[in-house]
Design a protein around this ligand. Structure first.
Ligand SMILES: CCCCCc1ccc(-c2ccc(S(=O)(=O)CCO)cc2)cc1/C=C\c1ccccn1
Length: 240
């Protein structure tokens, strides 16, 4: 994939997004407000507008027992699972398989009244990163999704308003080996998940509607997605 036209952008965006995701909420600059909490899951957002449009950055942190970062990223990246967990998805097309770790997607999302329907074109890249903090710790896995143009799918031609997004899912596996030297099982693993997203809704949508959508949809998405991965992996060998 390194000779693909998108490769320089992918390299730069992945490095940038991973650095941001690894920063704690405190370091990320001020203005983050906790807007949802459920057990281990904490969701923060910053209220930001560009040309009067709501583009509130979102940062969620979650810890899930019994699954690994590779399993979380694999189920987030791979198209074959997406209709199972992405509730607002209406249509998903893989426009291009750039390489086995990089895909180009076209997605249309269900219309959310009173706003018009949205679609998005984005590249998606999955990568294992060396754990440079803890040398012998398990690897870190990430998926970065970033909107891009596509000659066959120009923006705002059909009924859908084109949105623009940058999403980073960063997963750090934790292993607590059993004391008595028995083989590792799912009780001994957990995954720290950081999900960052900035969505520009494209055309105009009422700020109140957008903020209500995000407040309702993001917590639902992360809970549903992580429950899905737990369910898909529970009787399978651990994927590190
Ligand atoms: C007026 C409504 C405008 C917003 C509509 C919308 C835009 C974008 C997106 C969206 C959110 C996450 C991704 S992803 O993380 O890349 C995973 C792959 O699907 C891609 C798209 C969704 C939704 C609609 C609802 C909504 C909003 C948050 C969270 C969940 N659903």
């Amino acid at each position: 994939a390194s000779q693909h036209r998108l490769w320089p952008e992918i390299e730069k965006t992945v490095k940038q997004q991973v650095a941001m995701a690894r920063m704690g909420i405190g370091e990320c600059g001020s203005g983050w407000q906790l807007f949802a909490e459920d057990g281990e899951m904490k969701m923060y957002r910053r209220e930001e507008e560009i040309d009067g449009m709501v583009v509130d950055p979102l940062k969620a942190v979650h810890v899930v027992k019994g699954i690994t970062g590779h399993e979380v990223c694999h189920h987030f990246f791979s198209p074959q699972y997406r209709y199972d967990w992405e509730t607002t998805l209406e249509q998903m097309t893989v426009l291009e398989t750039i390489s086995d770790d990089t895909l180009l997607f076209l997605q249309t999302h269900k219309r959310i009244w009173p706003a018009s329907q949205r679609d998005v074109v984005f590249w998606s890249h999955i990568r294992k990163l060396p754990n440079d903090q803890d040398r012998d710790g398990p690897d870190i896995w990430t998926v970065v999704n970033n909107s891009t143009g596509h000659p066959d799918h120009p923006a705002n031609v059909g009924k859908c308003v084109r949105i623009f997004l940058t999403v980073c899912l960063l997963c750090q596996t934790r292993v607590n080996p059993p004391k008595d030297g028995t083989p590792l099982s799912r009780e001994n693993v957990s995954c720290k998940i950081t999900y960052c997203s900035v969505v520009n809704p494209g055309g105009w949508a009422p700020a109140s509607v957008l903020r209500a959508v995000y407040k309702r949809e993001y917590p639902k998405f992360l809970k549903r997605f992580t429950a899905y991965v737990t369910n898909q992996t529970k009787n399978k060998p651990i994927m590190f």
